[in-house]
Design a protein around this ligand. Structure first.
Ligand code: 3H9
Length: 678
């Protein structure tokens, strides 16, 4: 049976799609839509049509897994043109998420009705694309270029209410009566000339006021830096006002095809599937019984503990937060409230939501209050003995069957688990700072961690809005382990003669938000410093000895002005030169190419070692970690996908040229002309 079926309700034909999980518009669905409309047009009894989906959502877009493969059946543009051309009114009945091609189907229908919980959007830019089935041409004609720009260029979906307000949805209908309401609405349209989106005139706002395009570019400069698709999207929306509909569609096709065949879109489509693959754990049944997490305990109310707590509070999960001293506890709780208040001030939360989140937070000075938690996460000082003490105590207090997690970014989870009588309930939950903002959660699977404990953490990560990836136990896990060789090379190069600002700029040009020395200034050059100005064993010691502790004191590697703008410092240049002379390092000019290769190739090499040792399940998990935790540019697909695109042979040759080690797996793959990502 086809996934698209039809059902006659008197004079209204309902065309249904039931293509789980998200009703993607694969070839069978496209063909089904064409057949459905043919049936409606050839049946004299039918006077109106409703298009509706079964399951959790209206069409969530084109089937991404078909991209790059030969087209089967009608393409989406052809299929939906037939809907719009229908002489009988066609109504889209929307629930769930009408995204991408799904939104384009809705736009081609003559009318759109939606339940209030529905969302609509054109997220193609997030896949390095623009809409390719006339969405960039129909949408501005319906809602105007100004309202279309954020939808097409930024790609975030909007609520049905917002869609209704801008004219994208004609009517909001009952949450539980979509099927009947859509049919009734369709009947009301019988006998009227159907409005066609391709003939809309709202697009002229961009012609009357062309400044909106530049203003939009400027306002969103930071968000779209480095990405190709947003600029193409702006051009397409602009074209919708300047060209005829047919010419505009041709322009959209030209831009779409260029993006589709480019590296950025390949990288971003890789990432789409990588993020979802990272949720799957080889050898564990995805339907395994999970441990219900109704209450979470956090040990430590510092920056990290507080940030971690906010994730759960925001998701409506009660949190007990424990500190040893009243003052630290009060300060921690105060910071959580302030963070929420600031979010509310920016309009991203209501005051009621702030109060709701705070009302499920229980501050405490006693470990005993953690006894009935289902999950306890410690965020105390990063020291093995301290962690062991904490876990011994927690093991004695927290109920059996509860999960004990460490937020360590580096330490051996197995060693920590070994001090408890329940090592199978112990794992690492490595949040990234600021923990309430950063997307990544590295889940560290101990040798004895039970399958259901791991899956519980995985599912919970989704509930709190994190992107998770599993790492095995190794120093620094996936992320920090790969950061180490980059930092080593950065430090080595500036002592060999590279300008430290060039090192930072190479990474900025590559697409990172920050270079290693800017990062050091931001975090504090003095973090972990022994505080003895006479003991100078590293460049960092030399900087700290002169009071260059970073941004917080206005000077670190860079000098900072009041607006926190950085300028390279003559003093630091001298300090480096003296340090290099003492270390007997000859100075030479180092090109930006060499800097890039020496920073990034050793990371790929470390990634290969991580895979070789089975510390990551798949190369794409490493990409997920680096994109979400360290600002690796999404449009390159992550370190391992990027390495594939430039060629593993090239990486090996670069490592050898710079006298750097080459991992066995990397060498093997390069020799056989292989890639990390299939
Ligand atoms: C497009 O439409 C281009 C057009 O302009 C024109 C072309 C000519 N295709 O995310 P989930 C899979 S581009 C194929 O975990 P959720 C997904 O891989 C498209 N597969 O669920 C996963 O598989 P698995 C524009 C897809 O509830 C499963 O479905 N549209 C697609 O958290 C469940 O997904 C988009 O970019 C797809 N389009 O979120 C929307 N979508 O279970 C992309 C999902 O094997 N999709 N899958 O891992 C989403 O944003 C989310 O999936 C959605 C549901 C919000 C719908």
């Amino acid at each position: 049976m086809s996934v698209v079926t039809t059902e006659k309700h008197g004079n209204v034909l309902v065309i249904f799609s039931d293509n789980p999980p998200v009703n993607a518009l694969g070839s069978v669905v496209r063909q089904g839509l064409c057949d459905g409309i043919d049936q409606a047009l050839s049946d004299d009894e039918v006077e109106a049509v409703v298009i509706r989906c079964d399951g959790r959502t209206f069409f969530a877009g084109a089937d991404i897994s078909e991209f790059g493969k030969p087209m089967k059946g009608p393409d989406l543009g052809q299929a939906i043109d037939r809907l719009e051309a229908s002489s009988k009114p066609v109504v889209a009945a929307i629930h769930g998420t009408a995204l991408g091609g799904g939104c384009e189907v809705a736009l081609a229908c003559h009318y759109r009705v939606a339940v209030p919980s529905a969302k609509m959007g054109l997220p193609e830019v997030k896949l390095g694309l623009i809409p390719g089935a006339a969405g960039t041409q129909r949408l501005p004609r319906v809602v105007g270029a100004e309202a279309a720009l954020p939808l097409v260029v930024i790609g975030n979906p909007i609520s049905a209410q917002k869609a209704h307000a801008i004219g994208l949805v004609d009517k909001l209908v009952g949450e539980d009566s979509l099927a009947d309401d859509a049919i009734a609405f369709a009947r009301e349209q019988i006998g009227k000339e159907p409005p066609r989106s391709s003939e809309g005139t709202a697009n002229q706002d961009g012609v009357k006021n062309p400044a909106i395009f530049d203003e939009f570019r400027q306002k969103n400069g930071r968000k779209i830096r480095g990405f190709d698709a947003p600029e193409a999207a702006i051009q397409a929306v602009k074209a919708a006002g300047l060209l005829s509909y047919v010419e505009g569609v041709a322009k959209e096709r030209e831009l779409f095809t260029k993006l589709m065949t480019g590296t950025q879109s390949a990288a971003m489509r890789h990432y789409f599937f990588a993020e979802r693959a990272a949720n799957k754990i080889d050898g564990i049944d995805p339907n395994i019984d999970l441990i219900p997490i109704m209450k979470v305990g956090i040990l430590g109310a510092g920056t990290m503990g507080g940030g971690i707590a906010m994730n759960f509070l925001s998701a409506g999960i009660p949190v007990t937060i424990v500190e040893l001293k009243e003052e630290a506890l009060d300060r921690g709780v105060g910071v959580i409230r302030k963070n929420y208040e600031n979010t509310a001030k920016r309009g991203r939360m209501t005051q009621q939501q702030v109060e709701d989140a705070m009302s499920i937070l229980t501050p405490s000075l006693s470990y005993d209050d953690l006894a009935d938690c289902d999950l306890v996460i410690e965020a105390v000082f990063e020291n093995m003995n301290v962690k062991k003490d904490v876990f011994t105590k927690l093991d004695g207090i927290v109920k059996q069957g509860a999960i004990l997690a460490s937020n360590t970014s580096y330490l051996n989870i197995d060693e920590i688990a070994a001090v408890t009588k329940r090592p199978e309930y112990v794992l690492g939950l490595h949040f990234f700072s600021p923990a309430n903002v950063m997307k990544l959660l590295e889940i560290v699977r101990g040798e004895k961690t039970a399958d259901n404990v791991l899956m519980t953490a995985m599912k919970l990560s989704k509930k709190i809005g994190k992107v998770a990836a599993v790492s095995g136990v190794c120093p620094g896990f996936i992320g920090n382990r790969m950061l180490s060789p980059r930092q080593e090379q950065a430090n080595a190069m500036i002592v060999e003669g590279a300008n430290y600002w060039d090192v930072d700029d190479v990474l900025l040009d590559f697409g990172f938000p920050m270079g290693p020395f800017q990062m050091s200034d931001l975090a504090g050059v003095d973090i972990g410093w022994h505080r003895d100005p006479d003991r100078i064993e590293s460049l960092r010691d030399a900087l700290c000895a002169t009071g260059r502790w970073g941004q917080k004191v206005g000077k670190g590697f860079y000098d900072y002005d009041e607006a926190r703008q950085r300028t390279p410092s003559d003093e630091v240049r001298k300090i480096i030169a003296e340090f290099a002379a003492k270390a007997g390092k000859e100075q030479r000019e180092i090109s930006k190419d060499e800097i890039r290769e020496r920073l990034l190739y050793p990371m790929v090499n470390e990634g290969a070692k991580i895979l070789e040792e089975g510390m990551a399940q798949r190369a794409s998990d490493i990409d997920v970690v680096w994109i979400n935790g360290y600002g690796w540019p999404l449009y390159t697909g992550g370190p391992m996908f990027w390495a594939d695109t430039i060629g593993l042979g090239e990486i090996v040759a670069g490592l050898v040229k710079h006298g750097l080690p080459v991992a066995k797996l990397l060498k093997e793959k390069a020799d056989e002309g292989g890639t990390f990502n299939g």
